[in-house]
Write a new protein. Sequence first.
Length: 264
Amino acid sequence: MANQNISFVVAAVAITTLSVAVSAQNPWNNPGMAGVALKAPEAGPPASALRHTLTGIWNAGRDGIGARGQKPAPLTPWGEALGKTHHSGDGIRMVPVEQIDDPLSMMGDPAGFPRNLLFELRPFQIVQAPNQVLMLYMFEKRWRVIWTDGRELPKDPDPRWYGYSVGHWEDDFTFVVNTVGTDERTWLDNAGNPHSNDLKVEERYHRVSGDLMELTVTLDDPKAYTMPWVARDKLQLRLLPPDTDLMEMIPSASEAAAVKKQIK
């Protein structure tokens, strides 16, 4: 099992894989930015200035990090069969550590979408451009493009690690993102919950106040689940100071291989 003097990136991979026991051995694995001295955000702007505005660095804290996430809907026979091939480090598919086959931690594959929202939602930054919204994630140092130019989702997209996303403003303070084209090789969480390439994801970002936003994530995958289900239900996101310097957390294939050698 990975120990305390393992390198930073190896620790990142091990944390993703080895469940609570390994997490306890790696003190850097703080929830969100816990343990890091941060200045309190300044007083927020008036409500009128927040319309159609999500820009900033947001943090879900401890609630953003969890192996199991919300209880999923019942699986279809197809989903059940796929789930049985997933040997996880936590949850109902948990196996001895040497048998874990999590593609993220054991092979260094990307976490993919929406796992980056459901398992390791560390601090992330939102940048708004005229025709798109960019989501920049601390975990894995990944980024997503959400198109806001009115285009439709592709009808038959090639699978992508992070899908294909479009967004629109439902009202002045609620931004809705719809995503298709996810890659079914990825897991939904550390418990190995599966999904198919047909998965449709809806994210709702509701700006409550200057420093508070709520995120709701709904999954609709009739190939894998018998009904749509809510994987994040009004998860609270807090605005961090604009000069926050986010740490680097990048798993890699070589580091994953090093971890596997240590846990055999």
